[in-house]
Design a protein around this ligand. Structure first.
Ligand SMILES: C[S@@+](CC[C@H](N)C(=O)[O-])C[C@H]1O[C@@H](n2cnc3c(N)ncnc32)[C@H](O)[C@@H]1O
Length: 219
């Protein structure tokens, strides 16, 4: 009889020190743990919980996933370890789940601390504006379809996608909020408070892990 195969999609949170007990215990039961999200010596914090840790050196999810599905020839239980919450703003997670299903591999996801959680706590966002909180992923390629609304608290994720071409985006937010409106650039645990009018240089310096928060207000 063929052995049951299981793929765990799990996370260490935003930092390997935030890994949950649940995830640590599951990693210990895996034949192999794959990750492209451990760098700068941080893998040494995770290695003690893995029978075999395979670092896929960042790069594209697809090539890492290919190697991982290949490894199911020799292993029954594999974990793919990412940062943040595995499904939050991460379309490859769904592709991984579908591929596992199509191959008859059981798929489970274990939650982790996401950038959203970190930002909410960092800014002390105990409640939201009457209009609520809006999450915008600039990386979804749908900017033309969207109209900004200053009545909503808004998080803009994946700023890096603007890649220096942020003039049109700045124009949009200036028109919606006005130049004196407060703006927060968060690269957790760092946070810079500025105004919409003074965002230009800060936006140009946005990193892969920078999120913009604009609280609701009048233009
Ligand atoms: C592709 S999404 C992945 C999010 C991830 N799944 C999570 O749960 O945080 C990447 C975006 O998340 C946000 N992000 C990731 N790390 C962050 C951090 N340390 N501080 C603030 N935002 C962060 C940024 O907007 C970044 O461009």
């Amino acid at each position: 009889m063929k052995n049951k195969k299981t793929l765990l999609l799990c996370s260490y949170g935003l930092d390997p020190a935030q890994i949950t007990l649940e995830t640590m215990n599951e990693l210990k039961t895996c034949d192999a743990v794959f990750s492209g999200a451990l760098e700068g010596g941080r893998e040494e914090l995770i290695r003690p919980y893995c029978r075999k840790l395979v670092i896929t050196d960042g790069g594209r999810w697809e090539s890492a996933a290919e190697k991982m599905f290949e490894a199911f020839k020799n292993f029954d239980k594999i974990a793919y370890l990412v940062y943040g919450n595995p499904f939050f703003l991460n379309p490859p997670a769904l592709r991984l789940a579908r591929k596992a299903k199509s191959l008859g591999i059981e798929f489970r996801v274990l939650a982790g601390i996401s950038s959203f959680d970190a930002i909410v706590n960092q800014l002390g966002l105990g409640n939201f504006s009457a209009g609520g909180l809006r999450l915008i992923n600039l990386g979804d390629g749908r900017r033309q379809e969207r109209k900004l609304d200053a009545k909503l608290d808004t998080f803009f994720f994946s700023l890096w996608i603007l890649g220096g071409k942020h003039k049109a985006f700045l124009k949009e937010i200036r028109a919606a909020y006005g130049p004196r409106h407060p703006a927060f650039l968060i690269d957790h645990p760092r946070c810079a408070r500025t105004t919409v009018g003074a965002l230009e240089n800060a936006l140009a310096a946005a990193r892969l892990t920078t999120t913009l928060y604009l609280p609701a207000g009048k233009p």
